[in-house]
Design a protein around this ligand. Structure first.
Ligand code: OGA
Ligand code: NI
Length: 197
């Protein structure tokens, strides 16, 4: 576990975007993907919005993903296994990097074919509690032709990251502008933020 955490943290320190290919093991990512598929089929996903925390305006021209918040109160074993993993990661991060993270929030995300999320920062204008963004992809057999890359806007150029299964991406929420390019098939992930409340 620590090895994967270090891979994510070391690559983050090196160039502002941490990437670890096997952050979620195949078993956990498969179960989470099944959960998300079931939520989608049961019409449980909400259109994601933009704005601050109190005024969230669904804006289909800016982002067209659909979401569902994870919560321990769902008593879902796989969601809880995911939270256990995040608890381990946060305490490792806090003890090795003095990050002082005190909370987090995560949602399932589904981009239907043709969906995207235009260039943005992850911190709200009126609330700076989000410190680090983390995305975990749930897409087995993703091909480059499927599109849907996370495109990070660095000061010296663009970095395109395909949303391959099990991969985690980690970056500072207030700093790096990024976008999700149009996906050519359903694109699934868990997206969240480590927070200082
Ligand atoms: C977001 C986001 C990136 C991705 O939800 O804020 O930028 O790769 N997601 O899904
Ligand atoms: Ni974002």
């Amino acid at each position: 576990m620590e090895k994967i955490f270090n891979t994510l943290i070391d690559s983050f320190i090196e160039d502002k975007v941490g990437i670890a290919d096997l952050f979620l093991n195949e078993n956990l990512s498969g179960h989470l993907k099944n959960n998300l598929t079931r939520l989608y089929q049961g019409n449980q996903l909400l259109s994601a919005g933009t704005g601050n925390e109190t005024i969230v305006v669904p804006d289909k021209l800016f982002r067209s993903d659909r979401i569902y918040w994870l919560d321990r109160s769902h008593n879902d074993p796989h969601e809880n296994a995911f939270f256990d993993l995040m608890d381990c990661f946060v305490s490792y991060l806090n003890s090795t990097c003095y990050t002082g993270i005190t909370g987090y929030e995560f949602h399932y995300t589904l981009y239907e074919k043709g969906s995207f999320y235009k260039k943005h920062l992850d911190q709200f204008r009126t609330n700076t509690s989000r410190q680090y963004s983390m995305i975990m992809y749930l897409n087995a057999d993703w091909q480059l032709a499927d599109g849907g890359e996370l495109c990070v806007h660095h000061t010296n150029g663009l970095q395109n990251i395909p949303p391959m299964d099990g991969k985690s991406v980690f970056f500072k929420s207030s700093e790096l502008e990024h976008e999700v390019l149009v996906t050519n098939k359903p694109r699934m992930s868990i997206t969240g933020w480590l927070k200082v409340d």
